[in-house]
Design a protein around this ligand. Structure first.
Ligand code: EPZ
Length: 421
């Protein structure tokens, strides 16, 4: 198993090219199940999760090939199978977003029910409720969601849950409604840019979706969707992670191919901390003031501060000058990184869904264990600034969502190596 060995202390400086967004690419790949004819998707990052989706789509009769320029070509060749098996879904929870397309196109889907994961319990009740509203009959059998629909019909669907809307639930219902008969209105839809990107892809294929990026989506069903070319939006979580790397190391990182307009809550919070973010065409230059101010931050659905950057921000706040409060309102148990940061000398106290982070003078390198994708990014960030050597174990987590992480960091001056056990 690989680990990352980081010698902290270096100042990071230089340009970083941001990859396409994993969380946009995954549902877009699933949407190719709906298409007649091939689609070409550009800027799909090379990641473990993308390979998992490729394997799953392969099981479902879709050929997926990567061309020399990095684009993915997806073409449905066989519509005979509608089963997403447990072994696939357990590896990657986003597999659940084949449910809506299978149901809409093949009129049947059998998708293993995703379990919880290191970031907490992850129900799919809202996905199922939305699809039922469109006319699907859904049962649970042997741990699988079994869904049938002779016909899907447009309906009014409310997707608000106890923690706000649902990103992949919105994707599932939107994809199913694109081929339903009549009009669907989704109220309390997820507003994330990745959902808007999916809607843009579907519209290019011939769908009639309006309101993408707002909490109300109106979808007029069409009879057929045709494969097209599409470019995935830049990964805003990768952008935020590199912004925090610049702030932590007193560095100056130029982010290229970044959509700063997708991350105003992050920019606002980092500026409050004292990070200097200068927007420029197609990206930003990020540098840091020597003194980091403490802040209070609450994660929320978009356009609020993203839960997928909570762990990384906490690494930064570990070195702020005072007490910060970090409250998690999307996944209240997403704090597995806290215990590992404590091993590096952080001062963090957890009280329910809030953690109080008291800034310390320095973090100290240590062997630490990654528990999930974003937690592992937080530990790498902490390692970049810690005194001495940090070894991040279970690095396969980071490979799920950060493309070429160590070579990107090395290119701007980090001392980081991947080592195989
Ligand atoms: C997406 O997961 C992302 N995954 C996650 O990214 C991200 O953390 C999350 O949205 C929130 O932004 C992908 O896009 C592939 P949700 P998703 O359904 O769609 C509750 C990463 O690190 N809920 O929006 O599965 C749920 O428990 C990750 O890249 C219900 O109650 O998340 C949570 O509290 C991991 N019922 C909240 O809603 C449901 O049916 C938001 O979850 C569905 C969700």
């Amino acid at each position: 198993m690989d680990k990352l060995v980081i010698n902290g202390g270096g100042r990071l400086k230089g340009p970083v090219e941001i990859s396409g967004a994993k969380n946009a690419a995954l549902p877009i790949m699933a949407a190719s199940l709906l298409a007649e004819g091939p689609s070409t998707i550009r800027r799909v990052p090379e990641l473990a999760d993308i390979r998992s989706m490729t394997d799953l789509l392969g099981d479902l009769g879709v050929s997926v090939t990567r061309s020399a320029d990095g684009a993915l070509r997806l073409n449905v060749e066989d519509e005979g199978c509608h089963h997403a098996q447990y072994d696939r879904v357990r590896k990657m929870r986003a597999s659940v977003c084949v449910l809506g397309p299978l149901l809409a196109k093949r009129r049947a889907a059998r998708v293993s029910m995703p379990g919880g994961c290191a970031i907490g319990s992850r129900p799919v009740d809202l996905h199922l409720r939305g699809l039922e509203a469109l006319g699907a009959e859904i049962d649970l059998d042997g741990g699988d969601i079994v869904a049938h629909a002779k016909k899907l019909t447009g309906a009014e669907v409310f997707l608000g849950g106890p923690f706000g809307s649902t990103v992949l639930g919105t994707a599932n219902v939107m994809m199913a409604a694109a081929l339903a008969e009549g009009q669907t209105m989704i109220e309390s839809a997820a507003c994330e840019p990745e959902i808007a990107d999916l809607a843009n892809y579907l519209n290019a294929m011939g769908a009639r979706i309006s309101g993408a990026g707002t909490p109300r989506l109106v979808i007029d069903g069409v009879e057929e969707l045709t494969g097209v070319e599409h470019e995935v939006i830049p990964d805003r979580i990768e952008v935020g992670t590199f912004m925090i790397a610049a702030a932590l190391t007193n560095g100056e990182i130029t982010l290229r191919h970044a959509r700063i307009d997708h991350m105003m809550a992050v920019v606002d919070k980092l500026r409050e901390i004292g990070v200097v973010i200068e927007r420029e065409d197609g990206g930003a230059v990020v540098s840091s003031a020597r003194r980091l101010e403490p802040v209070d931050v609450t994660t929320q659905p978009y356009p609020g501060f993203p839960t997928d950057l909570q762990a990384q921000l906490m690494s930064l706040l570990c070195l702020a000058d005072g007490n910060s409060a970090v409250t998690e309102k999307v996944f209240p148990d997403r704090f597995m990184h806290v215990a590992e940061l404590l091993r590096m000398g952080a001062n963090i106290r957890k009280e329910g869904p809030t953690t109080i982070v008291t800034g310390v003078k320095r973090l100290i390198g240590a062997p630490v264990m990654a528990s999930d994708l974003r937690a592992s990014a937080a530990l790498v960030l902490a390692g970049l600034v810690a005194r001495g050597t940090t070894t991040v174990q279970r690095v396969y987590h980071i490979d799920r969502g950060y493309e070429h992480i160590e070579s990107k960091l090395r290119s701007i001056g980090a001392d980081i190596q991947r080592v195989s056990d």
